[in-house]
Ligand binder design. Structure first.
Ligand SMILES: [Ca+2]
Ligand SMILES: [Ca+2]
Ligand SMILES: [Ca+2]
Ligand SMILES: [Ca+2]
Length: 505
């Protein structure tokens, strides 16, 4: 018996053993089977763990052995963890006539490691000193009062953020070493707003709504224009601003970190996109007025409330590398659109030399050579001034005579569909932009897990504090004028209780 016991203690997991000591005259019993037990357990010191396994077939005796000592002979057993942490090897042996079945279970006991934070805030957690020499740490949330949280770990460090208050239990382990963390998430002192709380930067590129949305008045400066944009964008009752032509941007922030909940889209910045209701093209993909703004995100790593030294990540919208998978791609190719995608595009717009067409002080005709532009692809040309918008299209508070913009230039998505030059359909990219799908549509929601770094690698962000949006399209659409992204209310979807499943590109 003793030899057999020692042999078996070297084996882990489920061991099914039928002993060969058959009785001469009788049929042996069917072998007993124990199930409903894990191979590893973790319990806090001073707490009890009840083992109540499922047993199949006849069992004459169920013996419980801990670290070589027989502690019970019963169908269930309660392990009482002592005051000090430790590791235990428990063997459960089931006997009947002619058979022994054995299962080995490891029990680790430990203390809670306490952490505390507030809702919608990134908590950085270091594993305790006992893991110092381990490089294979595994982090796992054991229990949570809500599924709206994020745990992003890389070996000994993890970042945790939760939308809802409560107590979250997290297990850190490496081999036999285990810690259980108890993270208490409180409400912060100030109420958190689901909407944009601050505007940090604004520079539209020349366009037909510039100096109108918001309105420039003589004497306005960069600072007063930021204040005007703030008045439009901050809070629930937001209004539209324009980003102008390609490259024009706005940078906004929230008063908390938007948690990157796994499997869900996390925020939405509204625009004024809508679908065409009279597109003559049969079976056309979704399109109408879709003016995609490229999205960048950052979290406040140095926790100073400013998007300053924090790294910006690109939300990899569906067309950020190529438009070939967009449903309208072949339509745009047939119409001779410029469907190239430039990842590192630069464009310079020059101050216009005149605002009034020569010989036409009433502005009844357009100016075709209005704003000169050049790009880093060796191209150049002029932006047109149309007859519908007579104000200057060049941001009037800017003193420089030229402005340079940088970013991704998307494929031109606007197509004239009537054959008469009257019906322009700006087709939607599939996902990942602002002002590209109607605000109520799921595809206006952004998943922070779509973020990539400057090398194009996916990043594991626990959440974000800042959002930059810039117009990704450089296209003139006849009488409609240039594509210009509009930006309005920003929403943390989790705080508003809006659940939008993500799509995994
Ligand atoms: Ca997410
Ligand atoms: Ca728009
Ligand atoms: Ca910062
Ligand atoms: Ca527009």
């Amino acid at each position: 018996m003793n030899n057999r016991y020692h042999l078996l203690t070297y084996l882990t997991g489920i061991i099914f053993l039928i002993a060969s000591c058959k009785k001469d005259a009788e049929q042996p019993d069917a072998a007993p089977v124990i199930s409903g037990l894990e191979t590893e357990y973790y319990v806090l010191v001073r707490e009890a763990l009840v083992f109540n396994p499922t047993i199949e077939n006849k069992v004459d005796s169920l013996v419980w052995i801990i670290n070589g000592q027989r502690v019970a002979n019963a169908l269930q057993y309660t392990f009482q963890a002592p005051a000090d942490p430790g590791n235990y090897s428990m063997i459960i042996m089931a006997y009947n006539a002619g058979n022994i079945f054995q299962k080995v279970v490891q029990i680790t006991t430990g203390r809670y490691v306490n952490w505390s934070t507030t809702t919608n805030t990134i908590l950085t957690i270091e594993a305790s000193d006992k893991f110092t020499n381990n490089t294979d740490l595994h982090w796992e949330v054991l229990s949570a009062p809500s599924e709206l949280y994020r745990l992003s770990a890389s070996n000994s460090q993890a970042a945790f953020a939760a939308v809802d208050r409560g107590t979250y239990q997290v297990k850190v382990s490496s081999g036999n070493l285990v810690d259980t963390l108890l993270i208490t998430v409180r409400r912060p002192d100030h109420l958190q707003s689901p909407y944009i709380a601050k505007v940090f930067d604004y520079l539209p590129a020349p366009g037909q709504f510039v100096n109108e949305l918001p309105k420039y008045t003589a004497g306005d400066t960069y600072e007063t224009m930021i204040a005007k944009v703030s008045k439009e964008l901050v809070g629930e009752d937001a209004n539209m601003i324009t980003l102008g032509g390609w490259g024009g941007y706005v940078v906004v922030g929230f008063d908390h970190t938007i948690v990157n909940v796994p499997g869900r889209r996390d925020f939405r910045i509204q625009g004024n996109a809508f679908g065409a209701n009279a597109n003559p093209r049969p079976n056309a993909p979704f399109g109408g007025s879709c003016e995609p703004g490229v999205v960048m995100v950052a979290y406040d790593k140095n926790k100073n409330g400013q998007p300053d030294e924090d790294e910006w990540y690109e939300i990899k919208g569906s067309g950020n590398f190529s438009a070939e998978n967009e449903l309208w791609y072949s339509v745009a190719v047939d119409k001779n659109n410029d469907v190239r995608t430039f990842r590192d595009y630069e464009m310079i717009y020059h101050r216009p030399v005149t605002e009034i067409p020569v010989g036409d002080p009433q502005n009844h005709i357009s100016i075709s050579n209005y704003i000169r532009w050049t790009d880093n692809q060796g191209q150049e040309g002029y932006k047109i001034k149309n007859t519908f918008h007579s104000q200057s299209y060049y941001p009037a508070w800017i003193k420089d005579d030229k402005i340079t913009y940088k970013g991704i230039r998307l494929a031109a998505n606007g197509v004239e569909e009537s054959g008469q030059g009257t019906y322009f359909v700006l087709y939607a990219f599939r996902y990942g932009y602002v002002d590209n799908y109607p605000n109520a549509h799921d595809n206006s929601g952004i998943d922070i897990d779509w973020a990539i770094d400057k090398n194009g690698n996916k990043v594991n962000l626990p959440g974000i504090d800042f959002v930059k949006v810039y117009n990704g399209i450089d296209q003139e659409n006849g009488w409609l004028g240039e594509s210009s992204t509009e930006v309005s209310r920003g929403e943390n979807l989790h705080l508003l209780g809006t659940k939008i499943e993500t799509i995994n590109p």
